[in-house]
Design a protein around this ligand. Structure first.
Ligand code: 3PG
Length: 403
């Protein structure tokens, strides 16, 4: 069901689960992409005259209020983007939340304090999550699931609540699922996937699943050193997951057997230490000197990756190629982003998935509209690519206790 199926919302209290989990430097939001992505659904409910109650989390507090995880900076930014103040309740479902919601007039917006301040949100015990969902349901007449970044979590405000109230899927979740399906179900070929980021262990499920589906797998970022080690090359002080080397050897063999091309960098930018101003050089990927640390793919690799992406028809990119936050080590990530833009201009469909690559695109000043789709989901988009069922999506398509 979509928001239209909820009927006339004027005067109705509508809970919206958004993913407003943004990076903060103190109280300053360093990338507001998720807040901006949440705005259209909230605005739509405001325009429909609903009394909108937004639920969100920030970070991973341990089930109790903690100042540094307060949603106050997010409420302020959301208000700016909506052009109307957002009232922040001081608690999740307590007196302040009840009073704040009761005080809303039609078209006004409130934000509950970080939902993870309540330990029941992330509880593994069904009855505990269900009891928080009951408390949330008391605050509203309907529920809209719009936090794509959290739909892979079986949590009270994502999963259990949908069983308690008339529920609908929001526009952001719809568009994310549509884009990811387009890329994964019947991809136009060649279908290339670029994977980066620091850990292979975060991407095991994705790699296994894609080995049967993608035509090319391009590997960069910190995880590449485990691939280089699996090929018997020295990696110096670079990030290495020794316990994954055997698994990666298995991937390399499986890729060969299945005719999937695995593209690894041929050169690496190595530095003396993990620092923005560390002295650095470009070396061959098979001979990283002892004592040096790889922080980006090299220029020859950037060209190689570009050539493997330019003739692709479908591209999924998850994870930066290097430490893009440091300008000296951003070139590989910039080159991949540019290749997606250029392939897109020639008709390819591209998806940027994952918090870090999406943040990189914005930090490096690319025009977001030049990409087919920029996902707001990190773990959620990865789990989608793994072919896993996403509880927050599945619960909306299955039967509910009450309509
Ligand atoms: C994310 O940042 O990927 C989402 O907001 C989910 O956060 P979590 O990994 O802490 O559940």
């Amino acid at each position: 069901k979509t928001i239209d199926d909820l009927g006339d919302l004027r005067g109705k209290r509508v809970l919206v689960r958004s993913d407003l989990n943004v990076p903060l430097d103190g109280t300053t939001i360093t990338d507001d992409g998720r807040v901006r992505a949440a705005v259209p659904t909230i605005r739509r409910l405001v325009d429909a005259g609903a009394r909108v109650v937004v639920i969100a989390h920030l970070g991973r507090p341990k089930g109790a209020p903690e100042g540094k995880y307060s949603l106050a900076p997010v409420a302020a930014r959301l208000g700016e983007l909506l052009g109307t103040p957002v009232r922040l309740a001081e608690d999740v479902v307590g007196t302040s939340a009840r009073e704040t919601v009761a005080g809303l007039t039609d078209g006004e917006v409130a934000l509950l304090e970080n939902i993870r301040f309540d330990p029941r949100e992330t509880s593994k015990v069904d009855a505990e999550r269900s009891s928080l969902a009951d408390d949330l349901a008391q605050l509203a007449d309907a529920y809209v699931s719009d936090g794509f970044g959290v739909v892979h979590r079986k949590q009270a405000s994502v999963y259990d609540i949908a069983k308690k109230l008339p529920s609908a899927v929001g526009g952001l979740v719809l568009s994310e699922v549509e884009a990811l399906r387009r890329a994964t179900e019947k991809p136009e070929r060649p279908y290339a996937v670029v994977l980066g980021g620091s850990k292979v262990s975060d991407k095991l499920g994705v790699i296994s699943n894609l080995l049967g589906k993608a035509d090319r797998l391009l590997i960069g970022g910190g995880m590449v050193f485990t691939f280089l080690a699996a090929q018997g090359h020295p990696v110096g002080k670079s990030l290495l997951e020794e316990d994954q080397v055997e698994t990666v050897k298995g991937y390399l063999a499986a890729a060969q057997a299945k005719g999937v091309e695995i593209v690894l960098p041929t050169d690496i930018v190595v530095a003396d230490s993990f620092a923005a101003d560390s002295p650095h050089d470009v070396v061959a990927a098979d001979s990283i000197p002892a004592g040096r640390i790889g922080l980006d793919i090299g220029p020859e690799s950037a060209e190689l990756f570009r050539s493997k992406l330019l003739d692709a028809r479908t591209i999924v990119w998850n994870g930066p190629m290097g430490v893009f936050e440091f300008p000296a080590f951003a070139a590989g990530t910039r080159a991949v982003a540019q290749a997606l833009v250029d392939a897109g201009a020639q008709g390819a469909f591209s998806i940027v998935g994952g918090g870090d690559s999406a943040a990189a695109v914005r930090l490096l000043d690319f025009d977001e509209a030049a990409f087919g789709h920029i996902s707001t989901g990190g773990g959620a988009s990865l789990e989608f690519l793994e072919g896993k069922t996403l509880p927050g999506v599945a619960v909306l398509s299955s039967g509910r206790a009450r309509d």
